[in-house]
Design a binder for this molecule. Structure first.
Ligand code: KG4
Ligand code: ZN
Length: 340
C-alpha cells in the first residue's frame, strides 16, 4: 500500500484567508475559511491594502485551526501548497511567506499553485471518480475561461473573457441595482422571483467561431435600461432586471460550453469558480447537458468560492507530476490558466 500524502495548503489571493489539510488530493480533513466580506462591504468591493493587513492578522490562527481540526501536527505534513497567483499582490505575498516558512522549517516539498487550476481541482474533491480529460468552464470574480483539461495539471485555454469576468459583471450590475457586495448570490436569489424575458438584454456571442466571451456591453445595457426607466419615472422591477440579466449571461456560457464539449467529443463538462454556485447556471447547463448526453459536474457551493482545500488538491496533483517550486518563488498576480 502506498503512503498517504497529507498536504497543508494556504489561500490568500483575495478576501478569504484559508488553510486546509487535504489527504491524497481528494479528501478534506479540514478547510478553514475566514471571510473578510463584512470588512470590505462598506467599500463596495475588496480594498487590497485592508485585505493584506487582515491576512497578516489571521494567517497563523487559521493555519493552527486547520491542523487542529484535522487532528494532526506540523510533523504529519508531507507537502505545503499555496496560491501563487493570480490575485492581489500584497494578499498573495502573505500566504506565500507563511507557506515558505512552514515548508522550510519542516524541510518538506513546496508547491506554488495556480489559483484558477485550484478552482477546477475543487471538483476532484467533490467527485471522487472524476478524471481528465474534460471540458471546463471557469467562472469566477476575476476570470472566465473555457478550457480543455488534458491531464490533472495541463490545460488548453480555448476561450476567455475579452473584458469583464462573469462574476465581475454580476457584481457590477448588482451595484447598479443598489445591492451589497458581492452581488452575485443576491442576483441569483432575486432572479428566482423574476421574469427572465422581461428585459431584452443582449447575448454577446461575438462571432460563431470564437469561444471568447464579452460581458461589459451587457453590463452597460443594464445600466442604460435603469437610467432610462428612472428618467421616465417608471417602476423598476428589480427581480425582473436580475432574472433577465442573469439569463443573458448564462445562455452565452451554456451555449459555448456545450459547443466546445461537442466539438472535442468530451463526455463531461466541469464547472468551477464562484459563479458555478449560480442556481440558474446549474439548472440551464444541467438541462442542456442532459439533452446532449453530456455529464455535468460542479463543486458544492463552499468549494466553488475561494478556499484552501482546492489549493491542496491542485498542489497534490502537481506534486505527483513533479511540478515542485523553489523557495525563492515569487507571486505572479496575472498568472493565466495553463501556466505554472
Ligand atoms: O471564485 P471566487 O470566490 O473568487 C475569484 O477567484 O474571483 O468568485 C467570487 C465571485 C463573485 O463575483 C461573486 O459575486 C460570484 O463569484 N458569485 C456568484 C454566486 N456566488 C458567488 N455569482 C452568481 N451567482 C452566485 N450564486
Ligand atoms: Zn477564486
Amino acid at each position: 500500500m502506498t503512503k498517504d500524502i497529507i498536504t497543508l495548503s494556504i489561500e490568500t489571493s483575495c478576501d478569504e484567508t484559508s488553510c486546509a489539510v487535504v489527504k491524497n488530493g481528494r479528501e478534506v480533513l479540514s478547510n478553514i475559511i475566514s471571510s473578510q466580506i463584512e470588512i470590505h462591504r462598506p467599500f463596495g468591493g475588496v480594498v487590497p491594502e485592508i485585505a493584506s493587513r487582515k491576512h497578516i492578522e489571521n494567517i497563523d490562527i487559521i493555519v493552527e485551526e486547520a491542523l487542529n481540526e484535522a487532528r494532526i501536527g506540523f510533523e504529519d505534513v508531507d507537502l505545503v501548497g499555496v496560491t501563487k497567483g493570480p490575485g492581489l499582490v500584497g494578499a498573495l505575498l502573505v500566504g506565500i511567506s507563511s507557506a515558505k516558512a512552514i515548508a522550510y522549517a519542516l524541510d518538506k516539498p513546496f508547491i506554488g499553485v495556480n489559483h484558477i487550476e485550484g478552482h477546477i481541482c475543487a471538483n476532484y474533491i467533490e467527485h471522487k471518480d472524476l478524471e481528465p480529460p474534460f471540458t471546463c468552464l471557469v467562472v469566477s470574480g476575476g476570470h472566465t475561461y473555457l478550457a480543455q483539461a488534458d491531464s490533472y495539471t495541463e490545460y488548453e485555454i480555448v476561450g476567455r473573457t475579452r473584458d469583464d469576468a462573469a462574476g465581475e459583471a454580476f457584481d457590477k450590475v448588482a451595484r447598479a441595482l443598489g445591492l451589497d457586495y458581492p452581488g452575485g448570490p443576491l442576483i441569483d436569489k432575486l432572479a428566482m422571483k423574476g421574469d427572465k424575458a422581461a428585459c431584452d438584454f443582449p447575448r454577446v456571442y461575438l462571432d460563431d467561431k470564437t469561444y471568447d466571451f464579452s460581458f461589459s456591453g451587457l453590463k452597460t445595457a443594464v445600466i442604460n435600461y435603469l437610467h432610462h426607466k428612472e428618467q421616465l419615472e417608471e417602476e423598476i422591477v428589480i427581480e425582473d432586471v436580475a432574472a433577465s440579466f442573469q439569463q443573458a449571461v448564462i445562455e452565452v456560457l451554456v451555449k459555448k460550453s456545450i459547443r466546445l464539449a461537442k466539438e472535442r467529443k468530451s463526455s463531461t463538462i466541469v464547472m468551477a469558480g464562484g459563479v458555478a454556485a449560480n442556481e440558474g447556471l446549474r439548472s440551464l447547463m444541467g438541462k442542456r447537458c442532459k439533452e446532449e448526453g453530456i455529464e455535468l459536474k460542479y463543486p458544492s457551493k463552499i468549494l466553488c468560492t475561494d478556499n484552501g482545500a482546492m489549493i491542496g488538491s491542485a498542489a497534490y496533483f502537481n506534486y505527483i507530476e513533479g511540478h515542485l517550486s523553489p523557495l525563492d518563488m515569487n507571486v505572479v498576480p496575472n498568472l493565466e490558466l495553463g501556466y505554472k
